[in-house]
Design a protein around this ligand. Structure first.
Ligand SMILES: NC(=O)c1ccc[n+]([C@@H]2O[C@H](COP(=O)([O-])OP(=O)(O)OC[C@H]3O[C@@H](n4cnc5c(N)ncnc54)[C@H](OP(=O)(O)O)[C@@H]3O)[C@@H](O)[C@H]2O)c1
Length: 232
């Protein structure tokens, strides 16, 4: 397929390598320097792209995604920290008959953790001898805290057990690509569910697989929808 990438940082580069390894052509990569508020995302610049993958910064993501949807291009959105604007983007995608797939985390392992976490929270419901918390660790250059993944984990856990807060502690440390841990602590026992990324190539592969899947599927999708056919 012919793909375009918006964002030339750690993830943009990892996505380019993964897409090429899977036999795709990268028609263009758009960085910050020539894309103030989405202005560099033109029909000419993106000519030939069948799908666009967006991994930039929380502030840049919204104008970029809006512009890409207005250009009627399917968008895989990996940037975190903009999800408060999902209702607005959903309206735009629906009005234009576009296609958007977004996820705070494109790792398959993390998506499995979300489902396992839901089962844990369900089993521990009403057991007040247990306390529960989320801890996430990421590299020091990450702009948003807590991570979008930790917030999504918390949202799903609260839906299962509204009586627990599932507070999040965010740690920024060195070059860690991403660690998420859900802990249930009892009087004399601790239950940990942890996902640790050793290489951000896992996110890149998930995003490229999403880009292969999205064209021809109008609407708003999550990575979970794609993997499991439904959002847990
Ligand atoms: N969903 C997932 O699975 C997943 C996984 C990892 C990371 N993420 C998220 O993905 C995002 C990017 O992560 P990263 O590690 O690649 O960050 P990064 O290395 O800091 O790269 C961000 C890139 O975005 C570029 N940028 C900023 N504004 C832009 C604009 N208007 N147009 C085009 N490019 C623009 C920056 O350009 P300059 O270099 O010129 O400033 C930079 O190259 C973050 O929000 C992160 O949390 C998501």
């Amino acid at each position: 397929m012919r793909m375009a990438i918006v964002g030339t940082g750690r993830m943009g580069m990892a996505i380019r390598a993964c897409a090429r390894a899977r036999g795709h052509e990268i028609v263009t990569m758009v960085g910050q320097a020539d894309n103030d508020a989405g202005s560099g995302l033109t029909r000419e610049r993106l000519a030939g792209a069948e799908v666009v993958i967006e991994f930039t910064t929380p502030n840049a993501a919204l104008p970029n995604i809006r512009r890409l949807v207005e250009l009627d291009l399917p968008v895989v959105a990996g940037t975190t920290g903009w999800f408060d604007a999902l209702p607005t983007i959903t309206d735009l995608v629906t009005a234009r008959g576009g296609a958007l797939l977004y996820a705070a985390n494109f790792s398959i392992g993390l998506q499995i953790l979300l489902r396992a976490a839901g089962a844990m929270a369900r089993a521990a419901r009403g057991l007040d001898t247990f306390d529960a918390a989320i801890v996430e660790t990421h590299h020091t250059a990450k702009l948003d805290a807590p991570s979008g993944t930790a917030l999504e984990l918390q949202r799903q856990l609260r839906a299962v057990d509204p009586d627990r807060a599932f507070p999040i502690t965010a740690i920024r440390l060195g070059t860690v690509p991403g660690i998420h841990r859900l802990a249930f602590d009892g009087q004399a026992e601790t239950l940990n569910l942890e996902h640790l990324v050793r290489d951000r190539a896992v996110f890149a592969e998930g995003a490229v697989r999403a880009a292969e899947w999205l064209p021809g599927r109008p609407g708003i999708h999550t990575f979970s929808d794609m993997l499991f056919g439904e959002t847990p």
